[in-house]
Ligand binder design. Structure first.
Ligand code: CUA
Length: 159
């Protein structure tokens, strides 16, 4: 089979782009801990007020010392707000939404997940740098989407 020289170049370019993109995914997963969600848990979005965990979303220290933050996102706020956690400790966020899809991004960190009505999104991160961080909603959720911000306060010593 005869393949034109220029066509062959473009075939190799296509292969190179695929390798680059696949490599980017693998590299960020290995180095920057960018992971797809791997937690499947459902919740009735209409019954959040009755849910023992999400009716009073808050920062909880478990008996084993683990820190769990339950967060409810709704138009156009996050609850609790502000969220206060210690630095250099694994913090597990559990997010859900009572209305539409919202984003939950701690700006400047790799804490970033979607709050989806009907589901609980869960991820664990630790914050090495104390300070105040903005939490932004990065999914368009309505006319006041751009006002939907929260605050994360990381307390303690930096390492
Ligand atoms: Cu919530 Cu955009």
């Amino acid at each position: 089979m005869n393949v034109e020289f220029y066509e062959r170049i473009w075939m190799w370019v296509a292969v190179a782009v695929l390798v680059l993109f696949a490599g980017t995914v693998l590299l960020t997963a290995a180095i920057a801990a960018v992971h797809p969600p791997s937690h499947m848990e459902t919740i009735d979005p209409q019954a959040i007020a009755l849910n023992p965990e999400f009716s009073h979303p808050s920062v909880n220290v478990q008996p084993d010392g683990a820190i769990v933050v339950s967060v409810v996102a709704e138009m156009y706020s996050f609850s609790p707000n502000p969220i206060e956690v210690p630095a250099n400790r694994p913090v597990t966020f559990r997010l859900t939404s009572s209305d539409v899809i919202h984003g939950f991004e701690v700006v400047g960190t790799n804490a970033n997940a979607m709050a989806i009505p009907g589901y609980v999104s869960q991820f664990t991160v630790s914050f090495p740098k104390p300070g105040e961080y903005t939490i932004g909603c990065n999914e368009y959720c309505g006319v006041l989407h751009h006002y939907m911000v929260g605050k994360l306060i990381v307390k303690g010593e930096s390492k």
